[in-house]
Write a protein that binds this ligand. Structure first.
Ligand code: GLU
Length: 487
């Protein structure tokens, strides 16, 4: 019988998303149903955006969810290393093969030229013949060692056909497929090359991934063919959707696994809820364990599973209430422990007796403060300006790399310069939005403790309570903001 090996292959370029958990869960369930193995591979070919801190978060979050991989960068395995940046020598060997068999070509085009070419092609795929330089120019660029990339030769005509477990035969015209870059000008591989080589060398029998990769599959299949390898079974899962059927985006909502953990969702709720919306029949039981479930990929509906936060919260409540007291106390303690360590330095200087801890720390623990429109009425700034302040604050905080008090304070000072409003005045709506009241511990400290995700939902809540903003207004604020900072 065929040995089943699946993989989860996250790119460590951001905090792990609920979508990462969904794809990972199905890979695990499928492997376990078939007595197979799951490999965790870090796809860090984007050297600029990949970060060790995100790797750590991915591993921690998946572990928190109860997914235990059989091979991976932390535990090793026969097919390692499991981090792509450590496999460059391996990829070189296969590129050599492709060069020798004439399946790839060097491309010396500059990015400006490529941009122009794309415009001329009206967004049609770029092929080898479009990218060719005349003989003299090519000789010149070679002689003076211009940077080049290595691209895949893709047929100009014909149809690529591949089978998808969920969708059956998928056909794509080769005329629409670009001559994909396999090796970048710095000599490192792109995702496409590394992904195919690793799937093959790691013995992956079933590639189970999100449907956003369907368009890449013809290129991947071609690399398999050129290298004389057998193409694995592929299954592209429909992406998670919001209740209004829009795609669950990374930016629009708080969908990082860390956020759910911080808010007090249980790992089994996330696991079981994701399992149930994916169509895994026995996942909704409280004691659903990945080890004893049955998943048939073909039975997954193509409609796009709906991720309904209200249902998730309802299910979490059921699980919490059905827990044995002893277990729940342990869970509560573990959850609170993380916070207590963080809030300790901020409350210690303020308390005299232990019961003071509660009023001083409530806003540090809770998800959303209990706010009403009247709470903002005491502030001397107009409501529309308060909304703008809170929106621009988020624009400034969103891309902070190191979420630390000093950086946050610096950003708030910039905010005061941006609006030409004194620090004390501009801080007022922030205090209410974040701390829930004007008199409280330092709001900068709170921001540092609650983290980015919870900051975002508190700011969003405050903006909505103040009357909200339309998409148009939001766009205008963003435009004005960038205009000013770009001056
Ligand atoms: N590194 C890709 C991602 O993070 C994985 C794509 C795949 O599974 O082939 O989405």
């Amino acid at each position: 019988m065929k040995k089943i090996r699946t993989r989860i292959a996250p790119s460590p370029t951001g905090s792990p998303h609920i979508g990462t958990a969904y794809i990972a869960l199905l890979n695990f369930c499928f492997a376990r149903t078939n007595n197979g193995k799951v490999i965790l591979r870090l796809e860090d070919t984007d050297r600029l955006r990949s970060k060790r801190k995100f790797e750590k978060k991915i591993l921690e979050s998946l572990d928190w969810l109860g997914l235990k991989w059989d091979e991976g960068p932390d535990i090793g395995g026969k097919f390692g290393p499991y981090r792509q940046s450590e496999r460059n020598e391996i990829y070189k060997k296969y590129v050599e093969k492709l060069i020798n068999s004439g399946k790839v070509f060097k491309c010396y085009r500059t990015s400006k030229e490529l941009e122009k070419l794309r415009k001329c092609k009206f967004d049609k795929a770029l092929k080898e013949k479009d990218l060719q330089l005349d003989y003299k120019e090519l000789k010149f660029r070679k002689k003076y060692k211009w940077p080049y990339v290595i691209r895949l030769k893709v047929p100009n005509k014909g149809v690529c056909v591949f089978n998808d477990v969920l969708r059956g035969k998928i056909k794509m015209n080769w005329s629409q497929v670009d001559s994909q870059i396999l090796i970048k000008s710095d000599g490192t591989p792109t995702y496409h090359l590394a992904n195919v080589v690793d799937d093959y060398l790691m013995g992956i029998s079933n590639v189970i991934r999100g449907e956003e990769w369907i368009n890449s599959t013809p290129k991947h299949k071609l690399i398999y063919e050129y290298l004389g390898w057998k193409f694995p079974e592929v299954c592209h899962l429909p992406l998670l959707r919001n209740t209004d059927r829009s795609k669950l985006s990374k930016r629009k909502q708080n969908n990082s696994l860390e956020y759910y953990r911080k808010m007090g969702y249980l790992p089994q709720t996330i696991r079981n809820y994701l399992g149930s919306i994916a169509g895994i029949k026995n996942s909704i039981k409280e004691n659903f364990s990945i080890e004893d479930i049955n998943v048939d990929l073909q039975s997954i509906s193509l409609g796009g599973p709906i991720f309904d936060l209200d249902k998730l919260t309802w299910l979490n409540g059921i699980y919490i209430r059905s827990m044995e007291d002893k277990t729940l106390i342990k869970v509560m303690y573990e959850w609170a422990k993380d916070y207590i360590y963080k809030i300790f330095p901020s409350i210690k200087p303020r308390i005299k007796i232990l019961t003071d801890i509660i009023p001083f720390s409530e806003h540090l623990f809770s998800g959303l403060p209990n706010l009403k429109t009247e709470d903002f009425k005491v502030i001397s700034l107009k409501t529309t300006l308060q909304i703008k302040v809170l929106k621009v604050l988020w624009l400034q905080l969103e891309y902070i790399e190191k979420w630390e008090k000093v950086t946050i304070l610096y950003k708030v000072k910039q905010l005061s310069n941006h609006f030409k409003i004194k620090m004390k005045t501009i801080m007022a709506p922030i205090f209410i939005a974040i701390n829930g009241r004007l008199i409280s511990t330092s709001v900068i400290e709170t921001l540092g403790i609650i983290g980015k995700d919870i900051t975002r939902i508190r700011l969003e809540q405050a903006i909505n309570i103040l009357g909200g903003i339309t998409l148009e207004q939001e766009k205008k604020i963003i435009k004005e903001y960038y205009k000013k900072i770009c001056k």
